[in-house]
Structures are given as C-alpha cells and as structure tokens.
Design a protein around this ligand. Structure first.
Ligand code: AMP
Length: 281
C-alpha cells in the first residue's frame, strides 16, 4: 500500500498501477462503515484507492471542521490490512493551492433537508468529489447509503456532467443497537450514545408500522414523537423522501411504494443523520 500527499505523487503512483481502479472517498477516523465500502470496492476492481481528507469547503463557520477526528496513522494501519493499493491523503495547500473560483452548483436538492441547515455543504462536497474523481480517474467510485442525500447529489453530478465513472452505493453499517456507524459517534458520551440509538430504533419501528399499514405522514409523526420524548435529542427534520430524486413526499401527497425515511437530530451537541428505506402500501 502506497500513501501519497500531493497531486504529483498521486500521478506517479497511479502510473505504477495496472488494471482497473475503484475509489473510496473518506474524511478518515475510519470505522466498519468505511471498511464495507473498501471491501465492495475490492470486489469490483483490481486496485482500491482510498482518499482521506477533511475537506474544509464542506464545513461552514461554527461547524466541527477543527475538532473533526483526525487519525491518519491509525487509518493507514487499518487500510494496510484491507487490500488497498493506494491512499491519497492530500495536503490542503496542494489540493487547494488557492480558494477555487469555479464552483459546482449542486442545484435544488442541495437546498432541502441537510442543505437547509447546511446551505454551503453540498457545494463543498461536490467540489472535492469532482476533484478527486478527476485526479484518481477510477472506473467505479463507492459511497455509503448513510449519506443518502450526498449519494443522490453525486449521482446527479456524475450524470449531468458526464463524469466517466460508475457511482456505486453500499448499505448502512450499524452497531448491534442499530446506531449507524459514524466518525461523529466519537463525540458522544455514554448517555448520549444511548439516546442516539433512538434515531435508528424509531426508523425501524416506522418500517414495522408501514408493513402493518401505517401511512407515510403517520410514520413521520411517530418518529418525531419518539425523538421528542428524549430530552437529549433535538430534532432537525424527519421526512419521507423519494429515494431517487430526494423530493419530500410526506405532507405533499399520498405515498405508495418505496420511500426513504430520513432524519437529522442533535444529540447533545453532536449532529447525527440516519435513514431507512420503507415500502408504504
Ligand atoms: P465520511 O468519512 O463520513 O465522509 O464517509 C465516507 C464514506 O463512507 C461516505 O460515502 C459515507 O456515506 C460512507 N459511510 C460512512 N458511514 C457509513 C456507514 N455507517 N455505513 C456505510 N457507509 C458509511
């Protein structure tokens, strides 16, 4: 496994790889969720390339850019055991030699849900995803269903800008309690972690409800009530969305068929997201 920090080093390392490449992009502090992307990538290509970069462009002032966990040494040791050919951990000054002038406009889906509380987030995400895909030139790139709105926007960018890459998705990895794995779980106290389990549990309960005939609006209300019952949780949003377009379905029309229940909530000072696909009759 080779680790490179600059575009020049990356170019030289890529020239030494033969066969196909699959890319996994991460912000580090790696956990089993990231590793499941690496495993899927390894099945799909001859070489797995992993990027590790806490991208300043996707954090707004006051968010956790400075405090985001950075553990490059431990991450590299973990990736060594997972059949990874190349790790690209760019240096800020090399990947952004100056503040970029040309920006990607992620369009309307970036202004709802996550984009409502984080209005500049997805533009920053798409900027780095476009850059790293252009630099690594993989045949396939793997992203987690955990960040479902991000995945939908990356798919749209790849389609609308004709990026020569196949965008592949990987299901959410969860703890036994149901809590979706996230690098941000490291911020949670034991008590907050227990409270955070309510997020996934409320989604799973809503899915069971849907199987018994519960409608989307009622499912959303049930999730909101379950979250509101815990004083450590402050709900940002709960919605049923179209799994492909990400347009909000609940409150708009009768929902029949597949929908994604999505939620965001603050547990203590940590903002967490989760989602689950549900079939409404
Ligand atoms: P991050 O390091 O949080 O930017 O995540 C890097 C990639 O890993 C993204 O495509 C995420 O969607 C994915 N990912 C993060 N957590 C999980 C999880 N629990 N299950 C599956 N994929 C995940």
């Amino acid at each position: 496994m080779k680790t490179v920090r600059t575009k020049a080093e990356l170019k030289a390392a890529l020239a030494g790889l033969s066969g196909t490449r699959a890319l996994v992009m991460t912000m580090g502090a790696l956990h089993e969720g990231h590793l499941s992307l690496v495993r899927e990538a390894a099945k799909a290509a001859d070489n797995v390339c992993v990027s590790i970069y806490v991208n300043p462009l996707q954090f707004a002032p006051g968010e956790d850019y400075e405090s985001y966990p950075r553990r490059l040494g431990a991450d590299l040791a973990l990736l060594e055991q997972h059949n990874v050919a190349l790790v690209y951990a760019p240096l800020d000054e090399d990947i952004y030699p100056r503040t970029p002038l040309v920006r990607i406009d992620p369009g309307p889906v970036a202004r709802i849900l996550e984009g409502k509380t984080r209005p500049t987030h997805f533009a920053g995400v798409l900027q780095i995803v476009h850059k790293v895909i252009s630099l690594v030139q993989p045949q396939k790139a793997f992203f987690g269903q955990k960040d479902a709105q991000q995945l939908a926007l990356i798919r749209t960018m790849a389609a609308d800008l004709d990026l020569p890459v196949e965008i592949c998705s990987v299901p959410i990895r969860r703890e036994a309690s149901g809590l979706a794995l996230s690098s941000r779980n490291a911020y949670l106290s034991a008590e907050e972690k227990k409270a955070a389990e309510t997020l996934s549990q409320s989604l799973f309960a809503a899915r069971s409800g849907a199987a018994a005939g519960l409608g989307a609006d009622a499912a959303v209300e049930r999730i909101k009530a379950a979250l509101a019952a815990n004083p450590l949780i402050e709900t940002d949003y709960v919605h049923a969305v179209d799994p492909d377009t990400f347009l909000i379905l609940d409150g708009e029309k009768q929902v029949h068929g597949r929908a994604l229940l999505v939620l965001a909530a603050r547990v203590g000072s940590t903002r967490l997201i989760d989602n689950l696909e549900v079939d409404f009759r």
